[in-house]
Design a protein around this ligand. Structure first.
Ligand code: KIV
Length: 258
């Protein structure tokens, strides 16, 4: 795939080819460019932006204006990767809102949009897909529901949750989603969804058997030492390394002789 521009259609067909999808988040120009140069095919400007960049307690505070600002920055990297963007909290409550806000994100440079939900947002998904904007689903633990649900809970443990996930995933595929993120879904249910639905499943904390995996890049790089996440082992201790470099530089400045 060297030199190819990644599209939603190419990512959709990776499932049939048995090619695993490695996706990551980015929120600005340098991170998008670095991930792209590393060959990541799908980069998401996630609304995790709220916590990992903007310092909010959860994603429900992220606005359309903030998403547009960061999508524009990421899009300036002109990635070969497909650049997807999250539709923020309450930006897709109605079909007209979903369509207008998906178009705003596309105008800012998003090549696909993601929203949380299944059967409950199906009309919105159909309208977005019909407008020509590729749609990425998001099922399982839905971070935008954290306040109603009182925390981040694993999904698929009960039979009603299992059946609902199956119905939601099939409905999203039928409505034209090109792939679906499965967040904190039990590995058994994630495997079953992956076997049953025709579009790729991209897991986060959903076990090894999805068609791909996605992580919040600052979690992968160990940039947020204040949070302890069970589903990701940082591959770098960037926070510690940054502190050490900054301390060393500071000491150098403070001991400079004239
Ligand atoms: O907002 C985000 O970064 C996401 C990923 C966790 C999939 O939705």
């Amino acid at each position: 795939m060297i030199g190819t521009k990644w599209t939603a259609d190419i990512i959709r067909t990776m499932k049939a080819r048995g090619a695993k999808i490695a996706a990551l988040t980015a929120y600005d120009f340098p991170m998008t460019r670095l991930l792209d140069e590393a060959g990541i095919p799908l980069i998401l400007v996630g609304d995790s932006l709220g916590m990992v960049v903007l310092g909010y307690p959860d994603t429900t505070h992220v606005t359309m204006t903030e998403m547009e600002h960061h999508v524009r920055a990421a899009a300036r990297a002109k990635p070969r990767a497909l650049l997807a963007a999250d539709m923020p909290y309450r930006s897709y409550d109605t079909v007209p809102d979903a369509l207008a806000n998906a178009k705003r994100l596309a105008a800012a440079g998003a090549e696909a949009v993601k929203a949380e939900g299944g059967l409950d947002i199906l009309e919105q998904v159909r309208a977005i897909v019909a407008s020509g904007i590729p749609f990425l689903g998001h099922l399982g633990m839905l971070p935008q529901h954290v306040l109603e649900e009182g925390g981040y809970h694993i999904k698929g443990k009960t039979e009603p949750e299992h059946q609902r996930l199956l119905a939601d995933a099939h409905a999203l595929a039928k409505a034209g989603a090109f792939a679906v993120v499965l967040e904190l879904v039990t590995p058994r249910v994630a495997r079953e969804l992956t076997q049953q639905v025709p579009i790729p499943t991209i897991g986060i904390g959903a076990g090894p058997d999805c068609d791909g995996q996605i992580l919040v890049t600052p979690d992968l790089l160990g940039m947020l030492p204040w949070y302890n996440l069970k589903h990701v082992k940082p591959r770098l201790n960037a926070a510690e390394q940054m502190r050490a470099v900054v301390k060393d530089w500071k000491q150098g400045v403070e001991t400079l002789k004239r």
